[in-house]
Design a protein around this ligand. Structure first.
Ligand code: ME8
Length: 528
């Protein structure tokens, strides 16, 4: 694997980021950090989607210009991602000049080659979805099923993209590449949607939608959001219709677009069609994650249950975002919906991160200091002809085997499933300590055995540190420091002898990795 290119959806800036947006960016960051342990060249793109009627209307309601609204809110997304340690390489804004220029060129090329044509049109437009709806998809009351709002009747001259021309090629691609859409169960939904696909409107009359990129040579039309938004994945890395950049040649096609299930149609039908028309290769994978609810209820402004990610960190007084990242990333199996609740958050991170993982490292190192002044002796190292404590070699081998299992989960974007494997090793190591009771061995004077038990656990904690790093980068750095473990190493370089002989740690250097979330704090209502 020589390089890895990963993207998130770009968020609409008509509001501030909430924990649904955060969920996606956390998943993407975890995948990116994991793959940076497997490749030397990672490119992670995120950003904001800033055009369209929704943003125009929100700005008007606030009495500010759309650009002012975009600047204000785009910064809120950047601030939130900083607080969550989202380590992206580039943040694109669709109001960036280079993006607008390339989108205009893309549009012009598609017009010139006959893939885009002008036609008059009457349809039902939902500004929540920023797209025209098919009347058969409305609720019984004629509302948009996602936004529960009555769509506007729009009659305009629009430019249309010949989606129907690419229908068969896309169906073929989906059928021949079963891992194109992840999770696989969503592919059927997309194939069904493809059945009655029509050509799509790709512009809006300027008289109705002012806040958009002008169509070159026809400034009475604005390029409508999806062709603008989806193109970010190539404009950000330097695509140009005539002279694409070296970065573009290196990174395209993208390894994975991480998006929510609600926008799968746009990514697995519209986007491939635009790419085919541009004669560009298709994305390797499109990973559609599920949605996050709050206390099992859909997040909505009217219910007042929208939670911002930074307010969770503040209300639990978390100095680092690691526990929140871990909780969100493990909230649902691949592609399924997840839920956030204060009680569940507290319970899970206390159990997994404080009690099982952090505490195991803490007490093992403390025993090493207590019994051996923090020194790992030659005879503690476990090898085929030096295994005094039964099962130690097997356990270390199992932990190393888990690295491959975790990698395999990541190959399928199974982030929660991979975390479960990592916690599985932690549980086994905890059981190993309980079963072998190093404190009893020490009391009985079996010091080499005692040292072997502790060294086995420390060896396993090195593997855990490397594997948990994408989820909890700060905790992993602290664990690596205490273990003198090189966290920059690639996963392939993990061995069974990460712990070396000699003084490992002193009493003063031992610190708890993660303190339990205080139950009192969870009752604060500040975060709502
Ligand atoms: O759709 N749980 O923007 P957006 C999980 N601009 N994910 C959620 C969520 C929730 N409760 N709410 C939203 C757009 N998301 C377009 C994308 S990409 C070229 C253009 C996810 O701000 C949603 O599924 O409405 C999407 O992937 C992302 O947040 C941005 O949503």
């Amino acid at each position: 694997m020589d390089r890895f290119y990963i993207t998130t959806a770009i968020d609409y800036v008509n509001g501030a980021p909430h924990i649904g947006h955060a969920y996606e960016k956390i998943l993407t960051d975890i995948i990116a950090r994991h793959y940076s342990q497997r490749t030397n060249d990672m490119y992670f793109l995120t950003g904001t989607d800033e055009h369209g009627i929704k943003i125009q209307k929100t700005a008007a309601a606030k009495g500010i210009s759309p650009k002012e609204l975009c600047d204000e809110n785009s910064q809120k997304f950047k601030d939130a991602w900083k607080a969550l340690d989202i380590n992206y390489n580039k943040f694109i804004r669709t109001t960036d000049d280079y993006h607008k220029k390339t989108v205009q060129k893309i549009f012009k090329k598609l017009v010139e080659q006959g893939d885009i044509y002008k036609n008059s049109y009457e349809g039902l437009y939902c500004s929540g979805c920023e797209c025209f709806l098919n009347p058969k998809d409305l609720t019984e009351d004629g509302l948009c099923p996602d936004h529960l709002k009555k769509p506007d009747v729009v009659k305009e001259e629009n430019y249309f993209f010949k989606l129907t021309k690419y229908k068969d090629a896309i169906i073929k691609h989906i059928k021949e590449n079963p891992d194109f859409i992840v999770p696989a169960f969503r592919a059927n939904e997309v194939l069904n949607q493809l059945e009655d696909i029509q050509d799509i409107s790709v512009s809006r009359a300027k008289s109705n939608v002012k806040w958009g990129i002008d169509v070159l040579d026809d400034p009475e039309q604005s390029i409508y959001v999806w062709i603008d938004a989806l193109s970010n994945y190539i404009t950000a890395i330097g695509y140009d219709t005539e002279n694409p950049s070296e970065d573009f040649k290196k990174y395209w096609p993208v390894d994975v677009h991480v998006i929510g299930k609600d926008i799968l149609k746009f990514h697995s039908i519209y986007w491939p069609a635009f790419l085919l028309a541009l004669d560009l290769p298709l994305p390797k994978h499109i990973f559609a994650h599920g949605w996050i609810t709050i206390d099992e209820t859909k997040m909505s402004k009217s219910l007042g249950n929208v939670i911002s990610p930074t307010s969770v960190l503040e209300s639990f007084e978390l100095k680092e975002p690691d526990a929140f990242r871990y909780y969100m990333a493990t909230s649902a199996p691949c592609g399924r919906d997840g839920n956030y609740s204060d009680d569940d958050f507290k319970e899970k991170v206390n159990a997994h991160l404080a009690n099982s993982m952090g505490n195991l490292l803490n007490r093992t190192l403390s025993m090493l200091v207590k019994y051996f002044d923090g020194e790992v002796k030659e005879e503690f190292l476990i090898s085929a002809n030096n295994e005094l404590v039964e099962g130690s070699q097997k356990l270390i081998k199992h932990a190393l085997g888990t690295v491959k299992v975790v990698e395999n989960h990541f190959n399928h974007f199974e982030i929660a499933e991979a975390a479960q494997e990592i916690m599985g090793i932690v549980d086994m190591a905890n059981k190993f300590v309980t079963d072998n009771a190093p404190w009893t061995l020490a009391k009985e004077g079996k010091m080499t055995e005692c040292g072997q038990v502790l060294t086995t656990v420390l060896e396993i904690m090195c593997v855990v540190t490397a594997l948990i790093y994408p989820y909890c980068p700060n905790f992993a750095k602290e664990m690596a420091r205490q273990l003198s473990f090189n966290l920059d190493a690639k996963l392939d370089d993990l061995t069974s002898d990460n712990i070396k002989c000699g003084k490992l740690i002193s009493k003063e250097e031992i610190k708890p990795v993660f303190l339990r979330v205080d139950s009192e704090l969870a009752d604060k209502s500040a975060k709502k």
